[in-house]
Design a protein around this ligand. Structure first.
Ligand SMILES: C[S@@+](CC[C@H](N)C(=O)[O-])C[C@H]1O[C@@H](n2cnc3c(N)ncnc32)[C@H](O)[C@@H]1O
Length: 341
């Protein structure tokens, strides 16, 4: 890790990741011939953006300008506006200031907030979009200001349609619902937030590794019917819910009575074996949509992740695969895919 945050170079891509996962993102970028460089905790840059988004990258933007004034002095807002003046103005902008998600990075949160307010105040309001969900449809430009430790400031941009995330620095914080039984529920909410469509009323969902029931609860709240497969107990309110069928056995021994619309999986089990199980579901066309959380507690994560992807696509026939470490994921990644009938 560099002793001081390094300044990203204009024309390269700036990446954020979860702190502690820099080496995994570095490796992915290296394997993609993107010539990465570690800038500091939770922050990297690369020469280009790989065609397949790296699993451990939370957000990426093309660097427009970098400042690293001596002694960490404030960069005048006029200088930032000047740097942004070359960006297209015929499309709306989504403006986001963020800090690297690291212990030191997070100490800059106040600076980031103040900087975003100052830049925002200098841009006519009609040119800025607030709601993320409109940004992609509107062909907006995501303009990011990365406020890093050691006085480093990086301005960058990426088309909202191509952005990995529209949340500041890729931190899509889901709200913790009062009655939610587990942190797991937020992982599911974040995964669903990134999809073009969600499970809804009348859909049949199978939830492998469902206990204690955070995911199942979120799915029934959307009106779906859920088969919750887990040898462990579900929370009592779910066992009484007529929309929930608890199959108290191993997911490896379970076969559905009817094809499901959605297959969910958050099983705490070995990734390769989970991938083989999900591939079986794909091959047998037991489900059309897949959302799975794959646990990666091992040190060497990327070779295993490659194998998991290969099993899902080659053996399972799953299509449109995305593999991402979401904000609420810890030592794990979230996979989404679908299967044409
Ligand atoms: C992280 S927890 C799931 C949390 C759940 N998604 C929620 O929202 O409450 C992992 C679960 O995987 C289950 N599990 C482990 N091996 C399993 C297997 N072979 N079949 C089904 N469930 C399994 C465990 O019993 C445990 O409840």
């Amino acid at each position: 890790m560099p002793a001081q945050t390094l300044a990203a170079q204009p024309g390269r891509w700036l990446w954020t990741c979860r702190e502690g996962f820099e080496s995994h993102l570095f490796e992915e970028l290296l394997w993609a011939d993107a010539n990465p460089r570690l800038l500091g905790p939770a922050l990297l840059e690369s020469e280009r953006r790989p065609d397949v988004p790296p699993a451990f990258g939370r957000a990426a933007e093309k660097v427009i300008a970098t400042w690293a004034p001596a002694g960490g002095a404030q960069v005048p807002v006029e200088d930032i506006l000047d740097a942004l003046s070359g960006l297209p103005t015929h499309v709306p902008w989504v403006l986001r200031a963020f800090t690297p998600d690291s212990e030191r990075g997070n100490t800059q949160a106040g600076r980031a907030e103040a900087l975003e307010a100052a830049v925002r105040a200098a841009i006519p309001p009609h040119r800025l979009l607030e709601e993320d969900h409109r940004a992609r449809d509107a062909g907006a430009l995501l303009v990011g200001l990365c406020v890093a430790p050691d006085g480093v400031l990086v301005a960058g941009a990426v088309s909202a349609r191509e952005a990995l995330s529209l949340a500041p620095g890729g931190r899509r914080r889901m709200k913790r619902a009062g009655e939610s039984p587990s942190r797991a529920a937020m992982k599911l909410e974040e995964a669903l937030d990134g999809l073009a469509h969600e499970p809804g009323r009348g859909d049949v969902c199978v939830d492998l590794g469902a206990a204690p029931g955070g995911w199942t609860q979120r799915l029934v709240a959307r009106g779906a019917r859920v088969v919750a497969v887990d040898p462990a107990r579900l929370m009592p309110e779910l066992t009484k819910n007529p929309k929930v069928q608890h199959v108290q056995q191993s997911a490896f021994a379970y076969a559905p009575e009817e094809p499901a619309d959605w297959l969910f999986c958050d099983m705490a089990w070995r990734p390769q074996e989970v991938a083989q199980l999900l591939a079986k579901w794909g091959r047998r066309r037991w489900a059309r949509n897949l959302v799975a959380n794959i646990k990666l507690p091992m040190k060497d994560k990327n070779p295993l992740l490659l194998r998991v992807k290969q099993i899902l696509v080659d053996d399972g026939g799953w299509e449109g695969l995305t593999v991402r470490q979401l904000y609420h994921d810890r030592d794990e990644v979230t996979v989404t895919a679908h299967r044409m009938r």
